[in-house]
Design a protein around this ligand. Sequence first.
Ligand code: PLP
Length: 236
Amino acid sequence: MITLEQLKENLENIENRICNACKRAGRSRDEITLIAVSKMNPAEAVIAALDCGINIFGENKVQELCEKYEQIDKCAEWHLIGHLQRNKVKYIIGKTKLIHSVDSLRLAEEIDKESKKKNVVTDILIEVNAASEESKFGVPVCEAEELIREISLLSNVRICGLMTVAPYTENAEDNRIYFKEMKELSVDINSKNIDNVHMNVLSMGMTGDFETAIEEGATHVRIGTGIFGERTYGSK
Ligand SMILES: *Cc1c(COP(=O)(O)O)cnc(C)c1O
């Protein structure tokens, strides 16, 4: 596991880079929410990050999110950022601040149904496959509005914005077009004034490309490796 010293150093580095990207874009640091992606890292790493003042965490698996939710102090805020299967929805309702990865009506209906049972309204984002990658989840850009209109009719989910996972690249500049496209889509959908739909959140940018995402309008960046170090696959 990462040492506290290394974690502090990483967080300082990321914070500086977020601030610099904000400056370049003429934005305020307050406009950006940093989500520390703790997937495949132990609960101790999350607790160490909490000690460093980070309290928003992203997980991509329901089971891991639930385990950490139980283990860790309630002041942590949990975001589900990975693909969500309908049969697992019931486990996370009430535990997540925001579900970033809704890309079908059937999934939204399940979230709505389970939210009704627990008497909560669940905040969600619509995941968009901005680069039309076969391997990726997310609704195609051209189908996003229709999906949003359908989901907007559900009473116990609230659409708060859009999310994308841009292609893996060595060069963040390559993803600028996708971030721009997402911002345009967000502005476009916002202009339609659909009831029960808000476009306050634009979740995009990871360790390799978050600065470019911030320059193009990201409000939430999801950073794992840049904070917790390389994940060791196979251990979890
Ligand atoms: C793992 C993951 C991240 C963080 O990726 P890093 O490159 O480690 O910063 C962000 N978003 C999603 C959806 C992820 O699954």
